[in-house]
Design a protein around this ligand. Structure first.
Ligand code: NAP
Length: 332
């Protein structure tokens, strides 16, 4: 069973370290998966407008409240502002829309999903990835707006009613982006949700977040990617550590991920894996270091929208070598 470890956000609220993800949990599968997760005892669940499945998830939440006797206040529910909702005057309505999709009165944490503003004309529900008129890329290029800065959007986030968004934070932000938000507003994001796994350690960003009191939530902990590469549960070192601990590779990765007080949000639509991932283990210092060695020897960021996404996002977000030719950069 889970130890139900929690850590404090800079708002004073407690966030459970072991959570549950819902990206690529297809309609038709996601209601059962979220219900199964709530039944297994997960309290921290991660949603997003762009996953396109929040309405279905609302059914799982409703059923859990009535059939399992789970109370809203015992859960920690997170969702995210989408890229085409960045214009400051759209941010409050975007939160209301998100709450309506989920059938909730409030979120425990509302995040800016990416430091990227997409063209916002038309109905966001009809077109989450608005395309540029002309593109020479075979999958097309998303239309990026350069007239909305991440500071503009963050200022609007800071004005959201606390009774609807109890804490506010960001996702996919680098140290430089975070610093710009803090400098401009004096409001430090409560959390930064980032790609982090044994092949992407990000020590500088982790250190910066700790110094500023920004909680780190790790996504794609198993190395999920849009490139079709094998997951890290298949990595030999992870498998060796798992065998030595009589645990599974997934449990080893999730234990590693929580060291340092981070939260982690593994996704699964498979009941047996949902249960497996909720069984927490402790790693020795030696085993922790063996896992860290993977990232030191084979560093790799998988989720780079300029490379991996279809349609392509023509923007340099993370400063990775693969993004160097992207025509847009994050506007601070
Ligand atoms: N903020 C962002 O930009 C962002 C980006 C990516 C993800 N996220 C969030 O983070 C969550 C997790 O990341 P992710 O979905 O990219 O990937 P992930 O959790 O690293 O991996 C999910 C994959 O691992 C498989 N899996 C789950 N448990 C397993 C186990 N015990 N053994 C073997 N395979 C297992 C799942 O398969 P089955 O489902 O088939 O069981 C699925 O294919 C997302 O769902 C989303 O909520 C946020």
């Amino acid at each position: 069973m889970s130890l139900g470890r929690t850590v404090k956000l800079n708002t004073g609220a407690s966030i459970p370290q072991l959570g549950f993800g819902t990206w690529q949990a297809e309609p038709g599968q996601v209601e059962a998966a979220v219900y199964e997760a709530l039944k297994a005892g997960y309290k921290h669940i991660d949603f997003a407008k762009v996953y396109g499945n929040q309405k279905e998830i609302s059914n799982a939440l409703k059923r859990a409240f009535t059939e399992l006797g789970i109370k809203r206040e015992d859960l920690f529910l997170v969702s995210k502002l989408w890229n085409s909702q960045h214009r400051p005057e759209h941010v409050a309505a975007a939160l209301d829309d998100c709450l309506a999709e989920l059938g909730l009165d409030y979120l425990d944490l509302y995040l800016v999903h990416f430091p990227v503003a997409f063209d916002e004309r038309g109905d966001v529900n009809q077109n989450l990835f608005p395309l540029q008129d002309k593109s020479d890329h075979p999958d097309g290029d998303v239309k990026i707006l350069d007239d909305i800065s991440i500071v503009d959007t963050w200022k609007a986030m800071t004005k959201l009613p606390k009774e609807k968004a109890r804490a506010i934070g960001v996702s996919n932000h680098t140290k430089e982006h975070l610093q710009a938000l803090i400098d401009a507003t004096g409001v430090t994001p409560a959390a930064n949700q980032i790609e982090r796994h044994p092949r992407l350690l990000q020590p500088e960003l982790i250190k910066f977040a700790a110094e500023k009191g920004i909680h780190i939530t790790e996504y794609s902990a198993f190395g999920n990617n849009m490139l079709g590469l094998p997951l890290l549960v298949q990595h030999d070192t992870v498998k060796e550590v798992a065998a030595a601990n009589k645990a599974t590779p997934a449990q080893v990765i999730l234990a590693w991920a929580q060291v340092g007080g981070h939260s982690v949000i593994p996704k699964s639509v498979t009941a047996s894996r949902i249960q497996e991932n909720f069984r927490e283990i402790e790693l020795s210092k030696e085993d922790f270091e063996k896992i860290e060695e993977i990232g030191k020897k084979e560093p790799r960021r998988f989720n780079i929208p300029y490379v991996a996404n279809k349609p392509r996002w023509p923007i340099n977000i993370f400063g990775e070598p693969e993004e160097k030719d992207a025509p847009h950069k994050v506007v601070v």
